[in-house]
Design a protein around this ligand. Sequence first.
Ligand SMILES: Cc1cc2nc3c(=O)[nH]c(=O)nc-3n(C[C@H](O)[C@H](O)[C@H](O)COP(=O)(O)OP(=O)(O)OC[C@H]3O[C@@H](n4cnc5c(N)ncnc54)[C@H](O)[C@@H]3O)c2cc1C
Length: 360
Amino acid sequence: MPRSRSADTSATGPRHIAIVGAGMAGVACARTLVQAGHSVTLFEKSRGAGGRMATRRSEFGGFDHGAQFFTVRDERFRQALEATAAPAAHWRVNTVRVLDAMGQTMAAAPAPRETHWVGTPGMNAVVKHWAEPLASGLLAAQVHWETQVGRIEPDALAPRRWQLRTESPDGGQTVHSGFDQVVLAVPHPQAQALLRASGLAAPWVAQLDRVAVAPCWTLMLAFPQAMQPGLNGFGPRWHVAKGDHHRIRWLAREPSKPGRDPVERWTVQASPEWSTEHLEDDAERVKAKLLKGFAELTGIRATPSHAAVHRWRYAQTTRPLGQPFLWDSTQGLGLCGDWCLGHRVESAFVSGLELALAMA
Ligand SMILES: Cc1cc2nc3c(=O)[nH]c(=O)nc-3n(C[C@H](O)[C@H](O)[C@H](O)COP(=O)(O)OP(=O)(O)OC[C@H]3O[C@@H](n4cnc5c(N)ncnc54)[C@H](O)[C@@H]3O)c2cc1C
């Protein structure tokens, strides 16, 4: 049931705001609200910030198994990166285009028109850098890591406010109360599920059904044997292949990015179509099929010392909302995320920023 609230949610003056999700959108929203004089409590179910700007560690070095790079078109994004000396560097990428389903024909792709930025030493570094002053108490904020929000409900002691029920990985449940407003900065199916579990409706809730997102199976491979003296690496000299392969949409050589460990490592991303078709397949089966595709594209048939897969259920927006955020000032409930505007890191930043500006 939507709670009935007075107009105090849109009142001026400092407010206490809960934000669910410490990806790019949630952290951009949190920082902007704090700068506007509000206090923020951020809830993140993972161990750290970044969301789909993710870096998976391994004994052979990291893998950017989510976002591969980002571009900067919005002047506010550029300024935020510059003003905070965000740990990002230019990836001078040498790309080939795959022109047939079996990966037999490839052509050199023209140099990218836009600068490809990557976080250093891993893709998650930028959001981590921006979340750090929120988590350390330097700003008027608190962060709860490994804390999954399961329900949003009226505050038991102050019904015009919100409280959040959360769960930690050991099953511990906690109620966090006293929030004037709540922001969900999570992929739209997760926002829908949370609203449903909370019995909450907002005027815009039906709009969420129009948004679409595709999954992505990702394979991470390490070949430390390529570092042996005299071998001088193996495999192709290009850094990225993308295009029409029947399974793989993109693969990238991790050490070609600035500030990375030199061990030969590859991140391989299946196409949205293949990932959708094989979404519920066994992980070992997916690994074997993507490894075969990797060999077709790179010619590398050596056995990797490390091979792991990750399934992104909500990887990239295929049909965005078409507006930067959703905000119900009566209830004090807002939604932001890349899916509002597109499928890019920058879409997430702009969405989080614009929602915070509207709220502040
Ligand atoms: C495989 C892949 C490749 C991509 N490639 C690119 C690329 O090359 N370039 C590009 O610009 N973009 C790319 N993207 C998209 C980019 O990663 C996203 O646009 C951006 O990171 C989304 O940020 P966000 O903050 O909106 O969401 P997210 O990053 O998904 O953040 C949401 C956060 O909410 C947390 N969360 C969810 N539910 C709860 C809950 N109930 N309680 C607490 N926490 C919760 C999650 O753990 C997560 O940290 C790619 C994405 C994927 C998956």
